[in-house]
Design a protein around this ligand. Structure first.
Ligand code: C5P
Length: 237
């Protein structure tokens, strides 16, 4: 597999084209950003930890019948993935109240949400990823009703699989964000990444934060927390 040109540089990952038009390379960098890129720092080992973590989780999701873009791990920080036409709608499930939900509705952090909630946001940094709904997504052509229904069903399926995985390892999956794309055959496939950068994880007993909130809130020990999550799950680093 030959790495060719840089296609897109995101806040934490860079996407490269390859000699295969159906494959891209995701490179996980050490850059860590919050507040739409206002706060950015380089954290040693984070690219490696997130790449390995993401591959571990994506493989678990594939095993559970969820189609993902994962193809093959190439190096500590690089993974070969299927090329998808990404849909600019972020899907968020919350099992406990935290983050923007607490700020928006004034509810108590840590309140269990039963049933879990599902929200959609437009992926647009300049607009700070505004909350949208299915009707807006369809009217503006960001996705079809069928695609949105599949994305929602898959996000709930991911929640079922991962809630149990983290619970068995002594952690609460508080919330998470997924992004989907369309493959060459028109199928909805899970893209982007699943790592502690894009979810909230708390220790089940102490509720210690083990995710990017440590960075957002200046709590320190960010990569150490990610490594602790990986160790508890048995992700080889
Ligand atoms: O900020 P908010 O509470 O809405 O985030 C919900 C979940 O989605 C969190 O786990 C957060 O890390 C993730 N998220 C993300 N990327 C965004 C927005 C939210 O990974 N652009």
């Amino acid at each position: 597999m030959e790495k060719r040109t840089e296609l897109y540089r995101g806040k934490a990952k860079t996407v490269f084209t390859t000699d295969n038009p159906e494959r891209l390379i995701l490179q996980f960098r050490n850059d860590t950003s919050a507040f739409d890129g206002e706060k950015v720092e380089q954290l040693d080992r984070k690219g490696m930890v997130n790449n390995k973590f993401n591959n571990f989780i994506m493989a678990k999701l594939e095993d559970a019948g969820i189609p993902t873009q994962l193809d093959q791990v190439l190096s500590d920080t690089e993974t070969l993935v299927k090329k998808l036409a990404m849909i600019p709608v972020e899907c968020v499930i919350r099992n406990y109240a935290a983050g923007s939900l607490v700020r928006r509705l004034g509810v108590t952090e840590g309140q269990e949400l039963n049933p879990p909630t599902f929200e959609q946001f437009l992926k647009n940094d300049a607009l700070h990823d505004p909350m949208i709904n299915e009707s807006l997504a369809i009217s503006f052509g960001w996705a079809t009703a069928e695609q949105l229904a599949q994305m929602k069903a898959l996000t709930f399926k991911v929640n079922d699989v991962l809630k149990k995985l983290f619970d068995d390892a002594g952690m609460l999956l508080v919330d998470f964000k997924l992004e989907f794309g369309v493959d060459g055959d028109g199928n909805i496939v899970l893209g982007d990444e699943f790592s502690p950068d894009g979810c909230r994880l708390w220790d089940k007993e102490t509720r210690k934060k083990l995710d990017k909130d440590r960075f957002r809130q200046g709590l320190g020990g960010v990569v150490e927390a990610y490594e602790e999550v990986a160790a508890r799950l048995g992700v080889p680093l």
